[in-house]
Design a protein. Sequence first.
Length: 794
Amino acid sequence: MAQRDGITEPWGTRTPYGPGDPWPVRVDTRLADGVRPEDVDRWVRSAAVLHSNGDGLDIAVAGGRIAGVRGRADDRVNRGRLDPKDLFGWQANSAADRLTTPLVRKHGELVEASWDEAMDLIVRRSGELLDEQGPGALGFYTSGQLFAEEYYTLAAIARGGLGTNHLDGNTRLCTATAAAALKESFGCDGQPASYADVDHADVIALFGHNVAETQAVLWSRMLDRLAGPNPPALLCVDPRDTPVARLSTLHLAPLPGTNLALMNGILHEVVENGWVDREYVERSTVGYDDLVATVADYPPERAAEICGLEAREIREAARLLGTASRLLCTVLQGFYQSHQASAAAVQVNNLVLLRGMLGKPGAGVLQMNGQPTAENTRECGADGDLTGFRNWANDSHVEELASLWNVDVGTIPHFGPPTHLMQMLRYAETGTLQFLWVSATNPAVSLPELSRIRSILDSTGLFLVVQDAFRTETAEFADVVLPAALWGEKTGTFTNADRTVHLSEKAVDPPGRARPDLDIFLDYARRMDFRDRDGEPFPQWHDAETAFEAWRRASAGRPCDYSGLSYAKLREVSGVQWPCTSDRPDGTERLYVDGKFFAQPDYCESYGRDLVTGAPMEPDEYRAMNPAGKAMLKAAGYLPPHETPDRDHPFFLINGRTIHHFHTRTKTGRAPELQAAAPEVWLEVSERDAAAAGLAPGDLAEVSTPRGNVRARVRIGGIRDGVLFLPFHYGYWDVDHPAGKDGDRAANELTFTDWDPVSKQPLFKTAAAALRRIGPVSAPAVERVPSLVEEDVR
Ligand SMILES: Nc1nc2c(c(=O)[nH]1)N[C@H]1C(S)=C(S)[C@@H](COP(=O)(O)OP(=O)(O)OC[C@H]3O[C@@H](n4cnc5c(=O)[nH]c(N)nc54)[C@H](O)[C@@H]3O)O[C@H]1N2
Ligand SMILES: Nc1nc2c(c(=O)[nH]1)N[C@H]1C(S)=C(S)[C@@H](COP(=O)(O)OP(=O)(O)OC[C@H]3O[C@@H](n4cnc5c(=O)[nH]c(N)nc54)[C@H](O)[C@@H]3O)O[C@H]1N2
Ligand SMILES: [Mo]
């Protein structure tokens, strides 16, 4: 069995294929050094958790430890392939510095404690606050990295047990805009397209999505199409020269924060040139006239001026998109975390609707997810929506949920939308939120404007619980730290960005006294003695499979219908796409095939918002606008970002990811191969800007915004003039450097507190910055891995 080296060959060898052909199988394997295939005691079914792709894999167990991974040849998502993080990231599970016991703060220090001691503290503080202030004093901030069973349980506890409206996920930072854009256009969350559309598309357009580094196996699928007969044309919209840009037929590098103007310019051309499928638009949508009136103000010349592009480039892009016969669009953080995020993402939906590109092979839109289980946070209702894509503003949906849980309808708060994270932080800052339970996320590195975040997390008025597998930057602020089991140490299901559900089974025991998140949440519920209307313990389930069965019932009849799924079935089939029902036992490849949507007024997840101001629409307004539940073409005019370069801060600063690391590196920083490939923070600067600042490759530079300063080694090239890029992976857990001092390295020292009005997703990717040279660096500079700059196809 050959070991795949995912570092020098991040995408592996090509298996070319043609349009409509099945994507060939290629099985990738990686075993720990010294472990031979015959040493593996068993292979345990799972899928990848370091991105949203959902690559099916088996975990190798040898001598009671995780000893490697192997892609699943029969999996619909990856056909056996694994990416660099999949191949190496599992090593973090057995890192020596895993949390193995609860910690509680005594005299200012975190000290080891028993589970009883830790849980008693949490329960006592919860009880006091409930008595004194009511449930609105308690909040929960969870993740896109737990399992569906865990989110469903947490949603039940927060909304049906405690009755607090303050529950959100870090999906707010990640895919809130995906959800918002889908709700605005289709009345409901739910990915329209399927990864299989890559096999059929003749044009693939990637909007703010560096798929090569962030969903490397999906990129392999695209590379294999590019290497085969009749390859698709690629359009890339990104201010950087990413691996995607380098292989694109057309690369547009707009100024950061101008996506909406670009999209309006493109739609202007699609309309002007008659590339609209009038019959589809007439039959399946509302809002066409308003959209046409809005985009009429964006002739390519005007859009190009706003975006810092040539009008010709916008015309060329529009022609490619407007004349494609099978157009697949993907959208991710370059849109979601940028200015006018939802409005811009909605225009991509508009593009596919205008072109009638929904529901047929090779056509559609993937409003991507980022985290492995972000879809579940959303569908289970552990974010800003109610369980099962139910509409908080529709009383009958709330009543249905109350009867499912057998709790009083008055317990489930629905006087307003569930509180979004940025608002929860504000409540914590002003002292009305006094208890925050953070699970599986590291806000002290991943939230914007870190100096502010640190002061909120540090405030004495806030009782902070942190549930993690490692002692993160956030854990350092906690009153109680709970040690969690990781993937591979617990059982549950999760759903990727194209609605594919996988079962991930327990392979090994968690270290020490670490426990699965599900057990911790249920333990809390029992100690709080939550009861349903019959006086039975609530939640009524007690382990992963009974939680799944409860979730399955809660999803029945909703768009994300799991009623045809079971653990038994997921043990047989490697990946099933919801909705999966008795009528559709094999799942559903594409949504909206028949031009029917989940947008009927009585069924929709949301009545929508104004795309510019974010003001929610009233139920009656929605009913009048869209009585038949068609897709909605929603328009918005461009507004300049709130912070733009000026004399003192002449650069646009953006940030994002590299292929080797996952977020705050709690896992990938503990995988030696990945850490060695990208050991420290760097800054990307264009050749012109580097020359002007006197910067040579490897020099130390300082980037500053009004919020803070970061020092990083310079890499030259690969980005448009006037724009700087920092990876956001580097915090402080593995350096001897107190945050907030000279030499900071977390990109979020520099970002500001602002969010999209519709999705409430923070605008990580727009800030104005200054740049200066600090000096040369004696140690050799870290260069990009060569294969990332070389042409990988043909
Ligand atoms: N290797 C790796 N893979 C991951 C992750 C990881 O941490 N590491 N995280 C996962 C998660 S949670 C997520 S959300 C996804 C994110 O996946 P991506 O969205 O692909 O990743 P990012 O690097 O955040 O942003 C994508 C691109 O947006 C561009 N960009 C910045 N500003 C603008 C703008 O104003 N307009 C446009 N058009 N583009 C802009 C950046 O140059 C960048 O190349 O990745 C997932 N996969
Ligand atoms: N500047 C800037 N900031 C960003 C972004 C950006 O592009 N630029 N991207 C944003 C996006 S899209 C995202 S998704 C966020 C990610 O931000 P975070 O969620 O803060 O990042 P992670 O490092 O993935 O943190 C997850 C934590 O959960 C722990 N964990 C993993 N599995 C489990 C588990 O099963 N149980 C428990 N209890 N803990 C577990 C890990 O050890 C880790 O500490 O960052 C956001 N912040
Ligand atoms: Mo994300």
